[in-house]
Write a protein that binds this ligand. Structure first.
Ligand code: UN1
Length: 512
């Protein structure tokens, strides 16, 4: 028993064999095969989760539709009260859930705790929001008329999440959707299904304690085929999907074909511009965490550094020396900085990317490679590496979900911004500079083309209070804070005539 994982699993209600289809407290046996969840930390089988089939999906959707009829009529602040209780329940299990996330996904325990903290924070945000789902009022052009708009819930929201944030991304969607009056069906990543099972237990208990019906929170488990049941289903008006651009194009098209709505949060290819006016201490630390944190498996991970030629050699050397101090190993052991990749397929992709970029002319600054021997038995541990490359290289244009950092030189800021924006993705970005003109230029209309643009902060680790998402091949969706909630509701414009006449708009005369 290592790092108290077994005890944590027990307390979270995760067993060696779990059903994967649930409407809350009811778990449906689909009679189907099980997915095995292995830990990339030590290669051990953590547990199995049963895959959802079409028949059990039908049961889930029927229950969700019934639950929506009850949930939508509950005042939003009362729905907020339920989310408040969920936030408190998450506070109670923070250590256990953080441990499970760390063990099942491979991120460091600190980052696992951070992920659960994001869930708690979004609960708090959603509670406040439940009293602030504001619409506007307008002045009617007609006498004795009043105009206003209100926001109504959409119905069943399908959430498809990725392995890298196996619990937080669901919570950004679910907590907001719930206060908006929607019900949710969640398909967690098939690479981290136990994290999904654990969360479903946590929220189901709260719904039950409050006498709410089954179906406000549902779980389905499986690969893309199970996701397809939702994306092609007219009864699911909104699909919120997080994952690769490849996946997003398929999901987006399937949902668009039925004129449904999708909220897509796809790949990033995030860069930091390090100017000659940067505070190098901050720049190096920001770049380091951005590139190697979560072993480079955040959609906000730093993949490119665009460095001014006058500080290029210094940054390169200091970064290489920092990489030399990284301790790689079991993510639950707090002395380690970097954990494993999610699985051996990811390791394969990492190795291929390095080979390809070398073939294109990339020069290795810090060597990568797969680690073996004691502690590395899972075969998923790799060395974070740094490669000098050019922005137009095919591999540099792509998102490889691994700790590979491409570094390149620039001369003028204009050139740096052009390189920065010269990729298909547009999620997160940053500039390191103490020069106000440079910072503002980067944030201007002619600057970064990303959904997130930072100054003197790295690309990852966005706070929940802002809208999260990006442009171009990142998919355009916004989740989490600010007014992202509007994506989970339908807007209704209302005009009320309280006069004794019936004047037509635009002054049209229509008398009989
Ligand atoms: C993701 O990688 O899909 O900004 C989400 C961050 C985190 C969320 C990342 N708050 O890095």
């Amino acid at each position: 028993e290592s790092f108290g994982v077994q005890k944590a699993l027990e307390r979270l209600g995760v067993q060696s064999e779990n059903l994967g289809t649930s409407t809350g407290n009811r778990w449906i046996n689909s009679g189907k095969e099980f997915i095995s969840s292995f830990s990339p930390a030590d290669g051990a089988l953590i547990g199995k989760v049963q895959v959802t089939d079409e028949e059990s999906y039908e049961k889930v959707i029927a229950q969700a539709q019934d639950a929506f009829k009850v949930w939508r009529n509950m005042p939003a602040p009362q729905r907020g009260e339920i989310v408040r209780q969920i936030g408190n329940a998450l506070r109670d299990v923070k250590a256990d859930l953080g441990k499970l996330v760390s063990y099942e996904m491979g991120k460091s325990y600190q980052e696992g705790l951070g992920e659960v903290q994001e869930m708690i924070d979004i609960c708090d945000f959603a509670v406040g929001l439940s009293r602030q789902l504001y619409g506007l009022t307008m002045h009617s052009e007609r006498p004795g008329h009043r105009m206003y708009e209100q926001w109504h819930p959409l119905g069943v929201v399908g959430v498809i999440s990725a392995f890298n944030f196996p619990v937080a991304v669901w919570s950004w969607n679910a907590m907001i959707a719930w206060v908006c009056g929607d019900v949710c069906i969640w398909k967690p990543s098939e690479k981290a299904p136990l994290s999904g099972v654990a969360c479903q237990h946590i929220v189901a208990k709260i719904f039950k304690e409050n006498g709410l019906p089954e179906g406000v929170s549902s779980l389905i488990v499986g690969d893309y085929k199970v996701g397809e049941l939702m994306t092609t289903d007219k009864r699911v008006p909104l699909i919120s999907a997080t994952g690769s651009t490849r996946m997003g194009k398929i999901v987006g098209q399937a949902v668009a074909a039925r004129l449904g709505r999708s909220l897509l949060e796809l790949g990033g290819n995030n860069a930091i511009i390090i100017s000659e006016n940067a505070d190098l201490e901050i720049a190096i630390r920001g770049a380091l965490f951005g590139a190697v944190g979560t072993a480079g498996q955040r959609c906000t991970s730093t993949r490119r550094l665009i460095i001014h030629e006058s500080v290029y050699e210094t940054v390169k050397e200091r970064l290489a020396s920092a990489y030399g101090k990284l301790v790689i190993g079991n993510p639950l052991d707090e002395k380690n900085h970097v954990g494993p990749l999610i699985d051996k397929t990811a390791v394969e992709m990492y190795l291929q990317a390095i080979e390809k970029v070398k073939a294109e002319g990339g020069k290795v600054v810090v060597e990568g490679g797969v680690l073996s021997g004691e502690g590395y038995e899972s075969g998923c541990y790799v060395r974070p590496c740094i490669i000098e490359a050019e922005n137009h290289f095919e591999m540099v244009q792509e998102e490889t979900f691994a700790p590979i950092l491409y570094i390149m030189k620039y001369n003028t800021l204009e050139e740096a911004i052009a390189m920065h924006n010269g990729v298909p993705q547009g999620l997160s970005s940053a500039i390191m500079t103490l020069n106000m003109r440079e910072a503002e230029a980067f944030l201007s209309a002619a600057g970064s083309d990303c959904g997130i643009a930072n100054v003197n902060i790295g690309t990852s680790g966005a706070e929940i209070g802002g809208a999260f998402g990006g442009e171009k091949e990142t998919g355009g969706g916004r989740e989490s804070g600010s007014d992202s909630w509007k994506a989970y509701m339908r807007r209704q414009t209302n005009t009320i005539n309280y006069s004794t006449a019936l004047p037509l708009a635009q002054g049209i005369k229509f008398d009989i």
